[in-house]
Write a protein that binds this ligand. Structure first.
Ligand code: PA5
Length: 315
């Protein structure tokens, strides 16, 4: 198993390798797709959904549960994304797609999902084995994006490759500000999905709890809870350059009314297009989670609790 910290350090190189080795765009013809996947594999679908919401081209619904949404009627195209190929929820999504007679395909290293796909003559995109699922994000995301009719996606993949070749930012300094704290990670639009990635990476790699939420929605609920914040709270604000004035105004107003006495760590994305911008902050968050693991004195790679839980549920 490749240590998570090694993959995190070469996130940009993994993305560039995936962009080079994945077949060039062969978008599926569906205008509505469901991307079923959990945890580290599920984040690929969440990013694809956020890109579709921002750029258009088709409807993407990320699904992280058993089966498929009740509204699925067989007219969608289903992607079952599971790094191991053995995740119960994702397998049950593929089984539901078979029941509905839906076009579906798998993105996986193998396991039962690949076997099911072969049995039903569904296409399989084979992913390189040996990584932790969450560290394999570039290897899962690029082939998925190349199957979607997302507007301008190839130019975005090209720009992201350039942006991710640069260092992520000062992850060590950010981690030092989050050590021993409860980070509340916030982002607007697609950066809410990136905030979720930060949360999951801090939890899995640094074995530390974190919270995430989205602007503007949090201004209508969570903001009230800041009347009595935990003493160790710190806010991480994920922001895009040249964000719309109404988003910038919202950050400033939220800070003025609710976060006056709370430390706020601001992280700015790099790049022109959404994919490059969002992934630049994924890259930084992943690096922060590894630095935080070191500060917490834990190994980033093992996720013993997840493995034990999966074993118990299989018994
Ligand atoms: O990070 C992890 O190991 C988990 O979040 C897994 O990705 C999750 O349990 C799903 O497994 P898989 O990615 O193999 O489908």
């Amino acid at each position: 198993m490749i240590p998570v910290e090694k993959d995190v350090a070469r996130f940009g190189a993994l993305f560039a390798a995936a962009a080079t080795t994945t077949p060039q765009p062969q978008p599926c013809s569906a205008t509505s797709v469901i991307v079923a996947g959990m945890g580290g594999s599920g984040i690929a679908g969440r990013l694809a959904q956020a890109l579709a919401e921002r750029c258009g081209g088709l409807r993407v619904s990320a699904w992280s549960d058993y089966g498929l949404p009740a509204w699925a009627d067989g007219s969608e195209h289903v992607f079952a994304v599971s790094y191991s190929g053995n995740t119960a929820e994702t397998l049950s999504g593929a089984e539901r797609a078979i029941e509905l007679g839906t076009n579906w395909e798998a993105i996986t290293t193998g396991g039962r999902l690949a076997a099911l796909a072969h049995e039903h003559s569904a296409p399989v995109t084979a992913v390189e084995p040996g990584h932790q699922p969450r560290a394999a994000l570039p290897l899962l995301l690029v082939p998925l994006l190349r199957r979607l009719t997302l507007s301008g996606i190839e130019a975005q993949v090209a720009e992201a490759t350039e942006v991710l070749a640069e260092p992520a930012g000062d992850a060590g300094a950010i981690a030092a500000q989050l050590s021993g704290k409860l980070p509340f990670i916030y982002g607007a639009g697609g950066l809410a999905t990136v905030a979720y990635r930060w949360r999951c990476q801090i939890e899995e790699n640094a074995k530390q709890l974190a919270v995430h939420h989205a602007l503007p929605e949090l201004d209508h609920n969570e903001i009230v809870g800041w009347a009595a914040p935990p003493g160790n709270a710190v806010i991480v604000a994920l922001r895009e350059p040249d964000e719309p004035a109404r988003v910038a105004a919202r950050w400033e107003a939220s800070r003025a009314v609710a976060w006056r006495d709370v430390p706020v760590v601001e992280c700015r994305a790099h790049g022109k297009n959404p994919l490059a911008r969002w992934l630049s902050l994924v890259q930084l968050g992943d690096a922060v989670s590894v630095e935080l693991a070191h500060l917490n004195g834990v190994e980033p790679t093992p996720v013993v609790v997840i493995e034990e839980l999966k074993r118990r549920l299989e018994e």
